[in-house]
Ligand binder design. Sequence first.
Ligand code: PLP
Length: 471
Amino acid sequence: MNSEEFRRHGYEVIDWIADYLEHADRFPVMSRSKPGDIKALIPDSAPEDGEPMETILEDFRRDILPGVTHWNHPRFFAYFPANNSGPSILGEMLSAGLGVNSMLWQTSPAATELEEKVCGWLAELIGLPTGFHGVIQDTASTTTLCALVCAREKATAFAVNSAGPAGLAGAGPLRVYASREAHSSVIKGAKIAGFGSENVVAVDIDENRAMDPADLDTKITADLADGLIPCCVVATVGTTGCTAIDPLATIGPVAKKHGLWLHVDAALAGNAAILPEFRWILDGAEHADSLVLNPHKWLLTNFDCSVYYVRDPDHLERTLSIHPEYLKTGRDREVNNFMDWGIPLGRRFRALKLWFVLRSYGARRLREIISGHITLAQEFAGWIDEAPAWERLAPVPMNTVCFRWKPGGMDEATLNAANQALVHRVNADGTIYLTHTKLDEIFSIRLAVGQRATQREHVVTAWETLQKMAG
Ligand code: PLP
């Protein structure tokens, strides 16, 4: 592709994206594709000779688009938000255009230094206590894995890093503590980092579905008595199921008393701490050794952009760094080489899109948007509370409402089946998209408000659609 063609198709693609973002609501939110539909449209082998971009873009529109679920649709209420925005997309395009690999400071000083700065900006915006250092990674799952590996090496004085499981020298297994509402990435990380899923201890939750610090203390003490090695606590600020907030201010001292690593998973809800009235969710963060939040969920920055804060970067580097001759530079003592702050060597220039978003919107507008989402979710919760045939199943501290349809005369098993069928019907209709969880074996519909373009009218449509489909 020569630069003239690139220019022409580039303008065309930007026009397409602009139209898409403006009118995403003309698509069914959840793709109606059946398994295999899209594969059937794609040839089995790559073309031997290049094809015109006109044909490729046409195929994109005709064959690929029907298989897309529209995460940036204003009536997307499923899972958790993964919103984007014009500034973020422009930053992403420049990052792709530069094609930088920011593994070392020297491989693009601007990428490393901008990353340090925007992580600092964000830490200030969410009111993180001083003393944390940030780095951008791909996902919260990866950062939680990093935290678990750091905790493992702290507990074993770096013996597992060098000797593998033999580094434990016959001592009992290392234990990880998280509430049973914690995200599945904790168990996945524990499997990868060699703890084993059986060594992830499910701490009890309270009536708000937040971790019970007294039970945490009891379970750690019991493990010590059994000769096991307590290693890491993962507290969740904003659980995936219903955005429950584990109380860091009381969990922190328990972790400290037993000398455990405290990792805070604030992947979604941490973004809400940019609101002064939600700063409290990070009360006690001063006890944390590490914390993650995902601007790619709720801060208008397109996937992927997960910010990992650590208190002791030297420990992180000592855990993950590897220094082959071909990666040494003359500046290594003066600068941060972010390849040592995460798992992959190669790194994208992600700071650019976050910088574009923070500058283009400004903190005030970002606060208004997040606050608007929370207000809408809470208004929806009010409608559920007032409707006799519906039941709210968990508190709504933020943007996610857990509820069910509960007409009279159905036992629990029938209610679960009826609500499951309702979710299927609603999503097949295509007007809105929402998903479910289980809270104490109760099938719960979840409505999460967090897309950039979502307004009150879209939440009203969600409520009307649910009532119509239930009827
Ligand atoms: N932690 C929490 C609380 C989440 O809600 C999620 C996603 O749902 C994750 C972690 C995983 O995020 P990621 O996709 O960035 O790994």
